[in-house]
Write a protein that binds this ligand. Structure first.
Ligand code: ATP
Ligand code: MG
Length: 556
């Protein structure tokens, strides 16, 4: 799948605005609040905003990365750095267009003064509870504040006092004066500024009043000459307010807000607050735990940027909220890795096969194709010795007719190598197979199955003598229910206790030297990546399963 997008209603609007000359170029923005790590939902927004700018590079389109850091209490530099890393990793470049909303505090303040002077904002001393009650609801119009009609001079003076720190938090706020009877509750004199005696990471203690999101966001967009401000559907009811600020403040441009449906995924929680809770309560090892839907978690799990971009392209942009099957995301990574991941052999549940006719101590080199999907990647040499590990499930003591792998007196091919015939096996007291005996069939290396032998399958294997052990982390979905947000006892009550299974596997020797971040297919089992944090080349191989080879979650 190429990276070029299908069209959608937003791209249609943009194409139209260029065609009619409404705009001569396009500027979009991705505006994360640095209060958590980015997740796959953010990827949808990133692919849209940066995608649109890339597609319109011909007219000099740009996409700004803007940190929406106006809230003094939450932001941390760790989050800023992780967000930059993740956007870059996804394959997007903001170039010189990096902005911080906290650099515009003076401008928001100027706009507030402008609104006060136009008689469109006032300082309100009602308590939060009074304001809530007086706001009314969908069937009851709001009740105007007793402070609503104070003079411009008085408002200017009180707002100056708010700014000077003369009031305590909650003592008063600055509100827009719009319409207390509006059917849209967002227009019933929304708050513009609140008092917060808090240090800000960028402006220190310069301010003790901070702008509300709904007020600051359109001003940020306008200051940056954003043409199309793309946000999720929850903000649809806020658009009249967005437009009101653009109309009534001294802004240098008129951005247009357009809403699209957010991404929701089955078996996944997506809110940063909930992801933070998973981290804080140690349900996962951190923001980059491979089970997390964060970009850093998906990266560590082995997802490729291409697979995430392809996923975003496939789901498209619409106006309808829905939930996407997480299997679609898994499909995309499988599809991409099938093309690019080299093949390696690893036995996850090993049982030993002793080759009885093997010359003691002999080591033969077997040549294996690295990637049948891409012959240019050539071959590699894997040692075969007198004993090999195979998967326990590739042997059956009493196999049914359709089982084509190993069983007493049956034949199977060791992938890339000889056909072997099983001559016997041992069991322990519990009936578990402890050892299988077999002989190699001479002349079958690199040759077709000889006449008179039935051999219909090839199984992967690892030399007992030359293979190495690796820690393998088998990940499954983090939650047991499709909609963890709807769980009665809260999403932590439906955590999957089997979402991580750690096993010791036998792997072909060269895998021990793999670099962290090396991705491959373990033949016949799945796609894996050498863990970026805990895999140590040469001494401690650790592999994470990105996804199993086949989707086994749904019984067909
Ligand atoms: P969360 O609800 O997870 O806390 P947020 O919307 O508060 O997310 P922001 O940092 O404000 O997080 O989001 C930055 C941008 O990413 C916003 O433009 C927002 O619309 C978009 N975004 C966030 N979540 C999703 C999602 N699930 N699908 C699509 N876009 C999203
Ligand atoms: Mg937010």
């Amino acid at each position: 799948m190429s990276d070029s997008p299908n069209s959608d209603f937003i791209r249609d609007i943009i194409a139209d605005d260029l065609a009619t000359g409404k705009h001569s170029t396009i500027i979009t923005r991705f505006p994360p609040e640095p209060n958590g790590y980015l997740h796959i939902g953010h990827a949808k927004s990133i692919c849209l905003n940066f995608g649109v700018s890339l597609e319109n590079a011909g007219v000099g389109a740009k996409c700004h990365l803007r940190f929406d850091d106006t809230n003094p209490e939450k932001e941390e530099t760790e989050y800023v750095e992780s967000i930059k890393t993740d956007v870059s990793w996804l394959g997007f470049d903001w170039g010189t267009n990096l902005y911080y909303a906290s650099n515009y505090f003076d401008f928001y303040h100027d706009c507030a003064i402008h609104l006060i002077k136009s008689g469109k904002a006032y300082v309100d001393h009602q308590t939060a509870e009074e304001m809530r009650v007086n706001r009314g609801n969908l069937s009851v119009p709001g009740t105007p504040s007793p402070y609503r009609d104070r003079s411009v001079e008085e408002n200017l003076e009180l707002f100056a006092k708010m700014k000077a720190g003369d009031f305590k938090e909650g003592e008063c706020i600055l509100r827009a004066k719009i319409d207390m009877a509006s059917p849209n509750l967002n227009l019933r004199d929304p708050a513009l500024y609140r008092i917060m005696h808090a240090e800000h990471h960028n402006t220190g203690s310069a301010w003790c009043i901070y702008p509300m999101y709904d007020f600051a966001h359109p001003l940020e967009d306008a200051l940056e000459h954003i043409t199309h401000s793309l946000c999720t559907l929850e903000f649809e009811n806020h658009r009249p307010l967005y437009d009101w600020f653009i109309e009534n403040c001294p802004v240098p441009s008129k951005p247009r807000q357009i809403e699209f449906a957010r991404l929701n995924l089955t078996y996944t929680v997506m809110s940063k607050r909930k992801l933070l809770q998973l981290v804080k309560e140690n349900h996962v090892s951190g923001w980059d735990d491979p089970r997390m839907p964060t970009i850093s978690g998906l990266r560590r799990r082995g997802f490729t940027p291409e697979s995430i971009r392809n996923f975003c392209k496939r789901i498209g942009i619409t106006k309808f909220n829905g939930t996407t099957d997480v299997a679609l995301l898994e499909f995309e990574v499988r599809d991409h890795l099938n093309k690019v991941a080299p093949r390696r052999m690893a036995v996850l549940d090993p049982v030993k096969v002793v080759l009885e006719n093997w010359t003691t101590g002999a080591v033969e080199t077997i040549e294996l194709v690295n990637n049948p999907e891409n012959p240019e990647e050539g071959t590699r040499q894997v040692p075969l010795t007198s004993e090999v590990w195979i998967e326990r499930e590739d042997f059956m003591e009493d196999p049914p007719k359709k089982f084509y792998r190993l069983g007493p007196d049956r034949h199977v091919r060791l992938k890339g190598g000889y056909i072997i015939r099983c001559t016997g096996f041992d069991k322990d007291a519990d009936g578990n197979i402890t050892e299988i005996r077999a002989v190699t069939i001479p002349g079958t290396l690199g040759a077709d199955t000889p006449e008179g032998i039935e051999c219909r399958a090839a199984i992967h294997w690892v030399s007992v003598e030359k293979g190495v052990e690796a820690e393998v982390r088998l990940y499954d979905r983090l939650f047991t229910t499709e909609d963890p947000d709807a769980a009665e006892g809260g999403f932590v009550t439906v955590l999957n206790p089997d979402s991580l299974k750690v096993i010791t596997a036998k792997v072909e020797p060269a895998l021990a030297a793999a670099e962290p971040g090396f991705r491959c297919q373990f033949e016949r089992t799945g796609y894996f990546i050498a863990d970026s944090k805990e895999h140590v080349p040469g001494s401690k191989p650790v592999f994470n399963r990105t996804v199993a080879l086949r989707d086994t979650s749904k019984k067909k």
